[in-house]
Write a protein that binds this ligand. Structure first.
Ligand code: NAD
Length: 473
């Protein structure tokens, strides 16, 4: 078993650290955020992930897992240091590597023995070469050899080990991953990473560092492309009278296509697909190449995110003074993460146009409140409620942005019963059309026909009302 340090305790770093401890390694998780470290020391996870807190508490109690802001001791003692800090998007679409550089420098200035540095963060192809060079630039050098800070010769190498977990199922995805990708440039690094991962009993694909870096982007961007493709086809389905869910079902039987990631909706969000598509496009541009497919995925996604808002704007005269129920704020269920969530594109538009929003999200509301505090904002207002009924009560219109179970549990007739006008825009295609049609909810979804357009009583009803009036005259 190895002594492992993990830099960064976000979704990737903390889950990796906890899972390394779970299989028996001695792990120290390092973060610069004192608040996070103090929460973790008390057994509280700073992020919402199923099963994470239990494993944190179990491995902390077993003495295999520690947390610290003091990177010096953690890095000095480690056989391997995994880097899981953020690589956020910069305004030009490129990845911000400053957090990685900071950690690399901290490592160079502290280590005292042979150490494998493993980059888990998603980084553009070629970054690991630069990280290795950067570490050597700051390692003590006595004119003949590189040494640790205690003067003894040391060997440092950087390996790539991109992460494929999905938020919401991060612990399961790590302990039972479909594959582990390792990118190394020496037998020493390859063998050590293989040994670290041996207890997981998961197939390992061992390639060069640059190929490993590319596998991560190529995989994420392929999935983003698949989503955007289905959204593009969904928009066409609406125009030609086909149903995207039937189309997806028919496609899913083809093993070459696969059955996952075929759901149309209001676009992908989260901390990965949006930035990773832009970063790969940027990388291609830097090499004089236009990555047309990835560009298309980005363009479709940008339009898709406000698709429902635009539909509703055409349908209603104004949002001014309307009670608008917003169901779901996070970019997907099972996480409290709001990064690039479609709600963040739509809520400001609704507020600017005077909507009085009543928002429900079982986990993400607190994070959303930090950006949009309760009360008057722009021309509208926002109120956070803790159950779906309170959001829908007396509402003029409802938007569904995240398919949380609590939202899926609302029955079609409850929209009819609770809302002032049962007008629903569903960005996740939660409902069968028939149920909404039979209940009389005006239901707009993605890539399917509109149900039961609300209107004044139809001709037949008017006739019979007229007849009733006549008989009572
Ligand atoms: P995150 O923003 O949730 O966490 C990053 C953490 O690093 C923060 O807690 C921050 O305080 C800490 N940090 C910053 N500088 C530090 C330093 N010098 N020393 C120690 N800690 C430091 O990030 P994340 O979502 O876990 O993503 C990390 C990387 O993994 C990114 O490159 C991302 O693209 C990639 N990735 C993310 C996911 C995902 O689902 N979130 C999946 C696969 C890959």
């Amino acid at each position: 078993m190895y002594k492992i340090a993990v830099a960064g305790t976000g979704y990737v770093g903390l889950v990796a650290g906890v899972c390394f401890a779970e299989v028996g390694h001695q792990v120290t998780c390092v973060d610069i955020d004192e608040n996070k470290v103090s929460m973790m020391e008390q057994g509280i996870s700073p992020i919402y992930e199923a099963g994470l807190e239990e494993l944190m508490q179990k491995n902390f109690a077993a003495g295999r897992l520690n947390y610290t802001t003091d990177y010096t001791r953690a890095y000095k003692e480690a056989d391997a240091i995994f880097i899981g800090v953020g690589t956020p998007e910069q305004p030009d679409g490129s990845a911000n590597l400053s957090y990685i550089a900071t950690v690399a420098r901290q490592i160079a200035e502290t280590i005292e023995k042979d150490c494998l540095i493993v980059v888990k963060s998603t980084v553009p192809v070629g970054t690991n070469d630069k990280v290795e060079q950067f570490i050597y630039d700051f390692l003590p050098y006595d004119g003949e050899k590189y040494t640790g800070n205690d003067g003894k010769e040391i060997r440092v190498e950087v390996a790539s080990n991109p992460e494929f977990l999905a938020q919401g199922t991060a612990v399961r995805d790590t302990l039972h991953a479909e594959r582990i990708i390792i990118g190394t440039e020496s037998k020493w690094a390859e063998e050590m990473l293989m040994k670290i991962y041996e207890p997981f009993n998961i197939p390992i694909v061992s390639v060069s560092r640059r190929s490993a870096e590319m596998i991560k982007y190529a995989s994420n961007d392929f999935l983003a492309l698949k989503i955007s493709y289905m959204n593009d086809i969904a928009n066409l389905c609406e125009l030609v009278g086909a149903d995207i869910q039937d189309v997806a079902l028919g496609m899913s039987f083809d093993e070459r296509i696969g059955s996952k990631f075929l759901n149309a909706g209001i676009g992908y969000g989260g901390s990965c697909f949006p930035k990773d598509t832009k970063a790969l496009k940027y990388l291609a541009e830097q090499h004089g190449y236009e990555l047309k497919t990835v560009k298309a995925a980005i363009d479709v996604n940008t339009e898709q995110k406000t698709m429902l808002y635009r539909k509703a704007s055409k349908r209603l005269i104004t949002f001014n003074g309307l009670k608008v129920a917003v169901l779901g704020l996070t970019f997907k269920p099972g996480t409290d993460d709001l990064r690039e969530a479609p709600s963040l594109d739509n809520v400001p538009l609704l507020l600017d146009h005077g909507a009085d929003i009543f928002a429900f999200d079982p986990v993400g509301a607190d994070n959303f409140k930090r950006r949009y505090p309760e009360g008057k904002i722009s021309n509208g207002s926002i109120t956070y409620v803790d159950d779906v009924k309170n959001a829908l009560d007396g509402a003029n219109v409802c938007f569904i942005f995240t398919e949380w179970d609590e939202i899926k549990a609302v029955k079609p007739d409850e929209y009819k019963k609770w809302m002032r006008t049962p007008l629903v825009y569903d960005g996740r295609n939660i409902y069968e059309l028939q149920g909404m049609r039979e209940t009389g909810v005006e239901y707009h979804s993605i890539g399917r026909s509109i149900c039961a357009r609300l209107s004044k009583p139809n001709a037949k009803e008017i006739d019979s009302n007229e007849a009733r009036l006549q008989t009572t005259r």
